[in-house]
Design a protein around this ligand. Structure first.
Ligand code: ZN
Length: 207
């Protein structure tokens, strides 16, 4: 059941390009210690191990967090978590984070290397792992394609707005979104003007 996911491009584990998947997305059968029966349910994300620092897998804005769950909790199955909005219809969530390790606040802008918290086992978790989920148009979907390919664009027909940060240039941004700097330049020519090398921090670019 456990397998290694290799060649991760957008990783929720800081500086890791692989992760061990201990429980996959979709239907799963688990032993319930309370009812003493095997139960089948739908796992709405993937459980992974192989890292400690949890980062946002992609740029976005924090929409909610919890940081005060000390250990096992059946009332708060997600434990300590962070949810991030990447576009109007795409959200990612990071659950079971270590008690008081959550490092970000609601409305904070995060990039793909912002540390959100540390891997833990708070909430409904028996071992230390990260539960990583992606919700698209209000529905949980398999997050693996988002980690392995830069599918933010192809999976999400809605336009992405990118806010220029310190040290950015068009090539760097293009690489992030698997597009070309020329394409970004064309879409934002009115804003950028004649010099594609001159972009300013805080500008909102259409990708
Ligand atoms: Zn899980």
């Amino acid at each position: 059941m456990t397998y290694t996911l290799n060649n991760i491009i957008n990783s929720p584990l800081k500086n890791k390009t692989k992760a061990k998947v201990t429980s996959d997305f979709g239907k799963r059968t688990m032993y319930n210690n309370v009812t003493k029966k095997y139960e089948t349910n739908h796992h709405n994300g993937i459980d992974i191990i192989g890292g400690n620092e949890i980062v946002s897998f992609f740029d976005g804005v924090v929409t909610s967090t919890r940081n005060n769950i000390k250990g096992y909790s059946s009332k708060y199955p997600s434990g300590n978590y962070v949810t991030i909005k990447h576009s109007e219809c795409l959200y990612s969530t990071y659950c079971h984070l270590k008690y008081q390790s959550v490092n970000v606040k609601k409305n904070e802008i995060v990039s793909s290397n912002t540390i959100l918290g540390l891997m833990g086992k708070t909430g409904h978790a028996t071992g230390t792992h990260l539960h990583f989920g992606i919700k698209k148009n209000g529905k949980w979907i398999d997050p693996k394609p988002f980690l392995l390919n830069n599918t933010m664009e192809t999976n999400n027909k809605k336009e992405i707005t990118y806010i220029v940060k310190k040290g950015d240039n068009l090539s760097k941004i293009a690489k992030k979104y698997n597009t070309t700097w020329q394409s970004i330049y064309q879409k934002n020519k009115e804003l950028i003007g004649n010099n594609p090398n001159l972009i300013k921090i805080g500008w909102k670019l259409k990708i």
